[in-house]
Design a protein around this ligand. Structure first.
Ligand code: PLP
Length: 419
């Protein structure tokens, strides 16, 4: 099946007489015929649901759909993108370990990796992969390389294949946050990534209704090279079971669920998964329109005398253009960044003059919206860290929606006229 078809047909597959649409299994718990069966479930000897903190039939169907979209062997939905990022790393790293991460990443992820993981004893080393060789920072205690396909908000395109080569040379997995492109525009596993994570809050939901996250496992990484005892050695909380021996290519994603989701409890609810699934059904259509509209708006801004600069990976002449052609040939989603002539003050005035595009702390949904990262999502970063993350003070992040593109451009035009 093509991706457009998978968005509709994967996941819930009703049998004769069953509901056409994915049902919401609004139940925390499950009923069994014997105590013996429950024992087997808790020993992970038989598949099945134990408790909705660990798994739920509605959530499971949506996990299967996302795994199919990315081309992975399994997926786990989480309460948020942040939870997905945290679990994806905690699943393989602990106190005394280090991670090498691209410095161009989402501000929330930057905080999580830099401040909170440091408190857990995990050191994250930030490197700008366009300026320095990631490999220089790989140490004996390094457990993964991390980056975002299209960085939020700098819109740098991560050279996934190059990072995968370095990671694999050192026996490390490459974890890629694929939130902005979604699997419709880029499938990182095809370029060597081993684990993909998502904030499903963005395009996957697409309607700004539910917060969520997802971890997808390619099933291809070899965890038996001695660096990942948590996956190969006995887990005392399951009578000495080894994830690799018992679950083979599913080891990473099963461990994330039965060990970390069990213990951390950052699960997605059935109602949220139901809403997310509605969004996923139209994901391919929406990504096509977001990309088409954003391309037109980027071209409009590139020719506007009051715009200082514009950055959109698929715009000819953009610093990311060559990489976008390789990784994002169908377009680079709906997010554009640009600067208004006149710096920070003019940027704020321009934003306040918009009528259709709303000021929100969100990106990547059906409605066109704008955000000034320096005074919102990234305001906790110092000027030095702002620059490291590629955010100028006059930068406006424009998330182009799926309205008619002429209406979006007319709105920008009337606000430019006020400057
Ligand atoms: C929003 C976002 C996150 C965090 O996801 P939440 O669902 O808000 O927790 C992580 N990565 C990227 C690229 C994001 O845009």
């Amino acid at each position: 099946m093509r991706i457009e078809t998978k968005c509709i047909q994967e996941g819930w597959k009703p049998r004769n007489g069953e509901p056409r649409v994915l049902p919401i299994y609004q139940s925390t718990t499950y009923k069994y015929d014997s105590t013996k069966h429950v024992g087997k479930l808790f020993n992970l000897e038989v598949p099945g649901h134990m408790y909705s903190r660990i798994s739920n039939p509605t959530v499971e169907c949506v996990e299967q759909k996302i795994a199919a979209l990315e081309g992975g062997v399994g997926a786990m939905l989480c309460a948020s993108g942040q939870a997905a990022t945290l679990i994806s790393i905690m699943n393989i790293a602990h106190a005394g370990d280090s991670i090498v991460s691209a410095s161009n990443i989402y501000g929330g992820t930057f905080n999580l990796l830099k401040i909170t993981l440091a408190k857990f004893g995990i050191e994250v080393i930030f490197v700008d992969p366009d300026k320095e060789d990631l490999e220089k920072y790989v140490k004996p205690n390094t457990k993964a390389i991390f980056g975002e396909t299209i960085a939020n908000a700098s819109l740098k395109v991560f050279d996934i294949a190059a990072a995968a080569r370095i990671a694999h040379k050192h026996g490390l997995p490459l974890i890629v946050d694929n939130t902005f492109p979604t699997p419709v525009l880029c499938r990182p596993f095809e370029f060597g990534a081993d684990i993909v994570i998502h904030s499903t809050t963005k395009y996957m939901d697409g309607h700004a209704t539910v917060v969520g996250g997802c971890i997808v496992d390619s099933g291809k990484f070899d965890w038996t090279n001695g660096k990942f005892p948590g996956l190969t050695e006995p887990d005392d909380s399951y009578h000495g079971l080894s994830y690799v021996k018992t679950f083979g290519s599913l080891a990473y994603i099963v461990k994330a669920r039965v060990q970390l989701m069990r213990d951390l409890g950052a699960n997605m609810t059935a109602q949220t998964a139901f809403l997310l699934n509605l969004g996923l059904e139209t994901l391919a259509l929406r990504m096509e329109r977001h990309s088409y509209n954003a391309q037109k708006v980027a071209e409009y801004l590139a020719n506007h005398p009051k715009a200082a600069w514009v950055h959109y990976p698929s715009l000819k002449g953009d610093s990311e253009y060559a990489r976008a052609q390789k990784y994002l040939p169908k377009g680079s989603a709906g997010v554009i960044s640009f600067g208004v002539k006149g710096g920070r003050e003019a940027a704020v005035k321009f934003m306040d003059g918009l009528k259709l595009a709303a000021i929100v702390v969100h990106v990547a949904d059906a409605r066109t919206c704008v955000l000034h990262p320096a005074s919102a999502t990234h305001r906790q970063l110092s000027d030095a860290d702002l620059t490291k993350a590629g955010i100028q003070p006059e930068l406006i992040r424009l998330s182009v929606g799926i309205e008619h593109v002429d209406d979006i451009i007319e709105d920008l035009e009337q606000s430019f006229a006020n400057l």
